[in-house]
Design a protein around this ligand. Structure first.
Ligand code: AMP
Length: 208
């Protein structure tokens, strides 16, 4: 049995066509069913549906053989303990700094609200900017509006969330896409089915 960890939402939706090309179609829909383990049309493959930030943990400990996770999540987790053989090119977005509209440029000392603490620390350190990082778990856009922070570090796709909150994107920190990650022991113990799946994903991606 191969277990693949995927998070609900954007990554799951965009992973479905890739999985389908490999003959893996979930037999339940996580939007309408509360099951956390989904069987698929392949009797040897199951999906576990978990929070995006938990995907690297499940794969690292071998609770899932494979996982699909954003590069942002992998960097924050510290993914040295996992193989990351494939950029799936899905759930693309940009990790950016953002401020209130027309705020002065970020220099000197800055208060930053984000859930990407490690990435933000490294980024501001690389610029020589002294940053006090405030960890939040969601609704980062609120922080500058209520005076909690001068700036945020968050994922931006269309920019609509920022715009709706009177904010604007500033600097690009990195481009993000979802990656396939593999448990190191599983890569050895279950090499044949994993290699076959990797090859299928590669074929599908090459055709896109
Ligand atoms: P948007 O309004 O299209 O710029 O989307 C921004 C919101 O969606 C922010 O709250 C982000 O955290 C979230 N978001 C955008 N892209 C992604 C992604 N690829 N994966 C996870 N969250 C995302």
């Amino acid at each position: 049995m191969l277990t693949i960890a995927v998070s609900k939402g954007r990554i799951y939706e965009e992973a479905l066509p890739l999985l389908a090309e490999a003959g893996i179609v979930p037999t339940d829909d996580p939007k309408t069913c509360r099951k956390l383990i989904l069987n698929t049309t392949r009797p040897d493959v199951q999906l576990v549906i978990i929070r995006a930030t938990d995907v690297p943990t499940f794969v690292e400990y071998g609770a899932a053989d494979l996982g699909i996770a954003g590069k942002d999540v992998l960097i924050e987790h510290g993914a040295e303990s996992l193989y990351e053989p494939l950029d799936l090119g899905i759930a693309r977005c940009r990790l950016m700094t953002a401020t209130r509209k027309n705020a002065p440029p970020i220099t000197g000392r800055v208060r930053v609200a984000t859930k990407f603490v490690k990435i933000a620390q490294r980024y501001f350190a690389s610029l020589g900017i002294q940053a006090e990082i405030i960890k939040l778990y969601g609704s980062m856009e609120l922080a500058p509006l209520v005076g909690l922070a001068d700036c945020i570090v968050d994922l931006v796709d269309t920019g609509n969330t920022l715009k709706a909150n009177d904010m604007e994107p500033r600097d690009l920190i990195m481009n993000i896409s979802s990656r396939l990650v593999v448990n190191k022991a599983a890569m050895k113990m279950k090499n044949a089915p994993i290699a076959e799946l990797l090859a299928q994903f590669e074929r599908t991606l090459a055709q896109r």
